[in-house]
Ligand binder design. Structure first.
Ligand code: AMP
Ligand code: ZN
Length: 493
């Protein structure tokens, strides 16, 4: 028997706005599609949060014994600047600015994406398809939508006819918008626009002569609209209807709304049974975003080379910080929050190390069965990782008391406690224990903090020769000290 057979998992479905009991289409199997990155720049920590939420969800499904086909794509064409309908492709723009081939840009940032995700201990998806690898499939879907008269061609471009679709279907049902409101809130089309209505969106765009990313099609040379790739790849690998589609909240409209419209127009069926949306990571209360500059790169956090944090933080500590919030809640990044997460992370790992050293008794003061059920109940309630972590800390508290000999645990309970704790900490949350690297980095932090204190003492005593020597010698070792109003911080370059 698999674990999932004894658990009732509930998922918040963005389409119904309710928590629903999860039942996959085919028992024991799950098809999950998550919109991947547009590979035109380094992933920032905000992007990582969304992918990490789905990595945790993927991990829990696997932990429950499901066979999961997890598809997460790479957007390497069709995503235009400002998510607009007109304008330059984000990748082509970067290629133009850096004098590179578009595929060089794609390669560079796909490699960066994989490196960062590996540092964060992500599990690889089952399939990672690219938009440019599925142009033929996208053209076939456009032909199908044209045949069904939910799209029209204009000057070598093809547009989805939203009003026509809305006569028989409901455009806006995912994002809770009404087409009539959208129409009354938008400006009139300007004379150059080819669309019948401002709400119509491109399935295929004619490539102007200067557009370097182009493919032949029945409508001439062009490129696919951004929304189409996800319909093509999810249908190809998961079928016309599949279990779960995820992405960041900001993709609900127009991207996911358009995906629903394309799929329903082409095959008459609602493509997704459970829509899941992960909430945003903010910094200084504002959404972390590439375009506004309000962002931090994971590498800058791991090295401490940034102006926001007082010291470097390990990938597992950052991951723990993310898991302490529910995936549907907004999470704000700050130095204090990361320091608190680091403390919690160490406490959790220390408790795990201590289990083996606990003395076994004839009886237990810890109700392991009810604790285990509480842990599963937290995860079964729409993947509530903050509640799960609170439960894990109930066990940490018990272990620390037992360590002092003030409470006892039986030998069989000790085995179960370790197994369940490790299962949730490593398998489900994806945290990493004290790797040699993390332990070394902790030691280095301690030594540098000590030198910072000695330098301060020297300066207070006006012994500038010593204080400068400490700063310069650390700099020659690649450790940079920065003096600020809240004291001295450091980064490892
Ligand atoms: P993009 O590469 O722009 O297509 O975005 C990749 C993913 O990152 C999408 O699922 C976005 O919803 C998500 N994302 C972008 N900014 C943030 C943020 N500040 N917090 C969480 N997720 C984000
Ligand atoms: Zn998508």
């Amino acid at each position: 028997m698999q674990l999932y057979q004894s658990q009732t998992l509930k998922i918040h479905n963005s389409l119904s706005g309710k928590k629903e009991v999860f039942k996959p289409l085919n028992e024991g199997h799950i098809g999950m599609y998550v919109c991947g990155p547009t590979v035109y720049s380094n992933v920032h920590l905000g992007n990582c949060r969304t992918f990490m939420s789905f990595d945790m969800i993927f991990r829990y499904f696997k932990h429950l014994g499901y066979k999961v086909r997890y598809v997460r794509n790479i957007t390497d064409a069709g995503h235009l600047v400002d998510d607009a309908e007109d304008g330059e492709d984000k990748i082509a723009k970067k290629a133009r600015l850096e004098k590179l081939e578009p595929m060089e840009v794609v390669q560079r940032y796909t490699v960066d994406f994989h490196n960062i995700l590996q540092k964060f201990n992500f599990l690889p998806p089952s399939i990672e398809p690219t938009a440019t690898g599925h142009i033929i499939e996208q053209i076939e879907i456009i032909k199908d939508i044209l045949d069904k008269e939910f799209a029209y061609e204009k000057n070598g471009s093809v547009y989805f006819d939203v009003s026509k679709f809305n006569e028989k279907h409901e455009y806006g049902k995912l994002s809770g918008r009404k087409l009539e409101d959208m129409i009354s809130n938008t400006r009139a089309l300007n004379a150059q626009e080819e669309k019948k209505n401002p709400q119509d969106f491109a399935l295929w765009k004619k490539a102007e002569p200067q557009h370097i990313m182009r493919w032949p099609s029945p409508w001439g040379d062009g490129f696919p609209g951004w929304h189409l790739e996800c319909t093509a790849m999810s249908t190809k690998y998961l079928g016309e209807t599949f279990d779960i589609h995820g992405g960041g909240m900001d993709l609900k409209f127009p991207h996911h709304e358009c995906e629903i419209a394309q799929a329903e127009a082409s095959n008459g069926q609602s493509p997704v049974r459970y829509w899941m949306h992960a909430n945003m990571l903010t910094m200084n209360g504002k959404k972390m975003a590439k375009s506004t500059g309000n962002n931090i790169l994971p590498g800058e956090i791991f090295s401490g080379d940034n102006n926001i944090l007082s010291k470097p933080f390990s990938p597992s500590v950052v991951r723990f910080f993310m898991m302490q919030a529910h995936y549907t809640s907004i999470l704000d990044l700050s130095n204090d929050a990361l320091l608190a997460s680091e403390k919690g992370h160490h406490k959790l790992m220390d408790a795990l190390d201590a289990i083996d050293h606990l003395e076994s008794s004839n009886s237990s003061d810890f109700d392991i069965e009810s604790w285990k059920n509480d842990c599963y109940a937290a995860m079964n309630d729409d993947f509530n990782t903050p509640i799960l972590i609170a439960k894990l800390f109930d066990a940490v508290k018990f272990i620390n008391i037992a360590k002092e000999g003030k409470q006892s645990i039986s030998a069989p309970d000790k085995i179960i406690l370790k197994e369940i704790l490790c299962g949730f900490v490593f398998e489900v949350l994806g945290l990493e224990g004290k790797t040699d690297e993390a332990a070394d980095s902790d030691k280095l932090s301690g030594v540098v903090e000590l030198l910072i204190q000695l330098r301060k003492d020297a300066r207070d005593n006006k012994d500038f020769a010593t204080s400068d020597k400490i700063r310069d010698q650390l700099a020659s070792l690649g450790i940079q000290l920065k003096d600020g109003k809240d004291g001295t911080t450091f980064s490892v370059l």
